[in-house]
Write a protein that binds this ligand. Sequence first.
Ligand code: CAA
Length: 244
Amino acid sequence: MSRRRALVTGGTGAIGAEIARQLRDDGMAVTVIGHPSEQPGLAELRSRLEAVEIAFCDLADGEAASQLVCALEQQDGGYAVLVNAAGITRDARFARMSPSQWREVIGTNLDAAFYVTQPLFTGMCARGYGRIVNIASVNGQKGQFGQANYSAAKAGLHGFSMALAQEGAGQGVTVNTVSPGYVETPMTAAIRPELLAKIRAQIPLGRLALPAEIARVVVFLCAEQAGYITGANIPVNGGLFMSA
Ligand code: CAA
């Protein structure tokens, strides 16, 4: 029997790459999609993502995204698993947030999930099996100073999960959200040190998460045995939401 296939968007980033590796180690044939700006680093990516198929696309560009994903879906019987992990930040106080900072974040963090998910969801429903996990954020649950764009996109992503969960329920397709807290990634490394220290002080567990701790939950939800969980939003945030 051929291995089940999984597609991970943002699979070249810190959290996405760890999800891809853990799905691969769980026996899946994994494809990741990274941003075209990462293409020059392909050799390094190949060594980090051994035995994983790597594609590039600006997923905020609907036409390019649909074209790539439809072509991938037509190979080897389609995908059984989709993880939407592509995400960017363009933090700014709302009064100073430009329309392009708003659009870029909504485009990559929310619109892309529409473009990528539609062709795969249709195939999964037709085959009667699928696992979709959308990576949101604690900041989509509690809001965050300086992240009106990001918080809106991540909250929207869970609304998307809940609606799709209802549409997929009769057809063997589960759709869930994982909402990480602050994770050790280049995204959090870019926060000014004094602000990051304040954030860390609010986390009951007293530290940032490791990407592997997020990936573990995603792989759990992608298992065949997780078939009774759908429309859920699983927090993996060191207790941060609890203290909000
Ligand atoms: N709550 C209330 N007030 C705050 C605040 C907060 N959390 N943070 C800053 N302020 C206040 C400051 O005290 C300051 O007040 P005064 O002008 O009265 O002194 C004012 O807002 C300006 O603050 P900054 O100097 O920080 O303003 P800035 O324009 O230089 O920077 C910012 C704004 C870029 C948004 C910066 O505050 C910032 O980087 N904040 C962190 C945002 C954040 O947490 N991003 C998460 C990235 S990681 C991620 O997104 C992954 C994930 O899913 C968790």
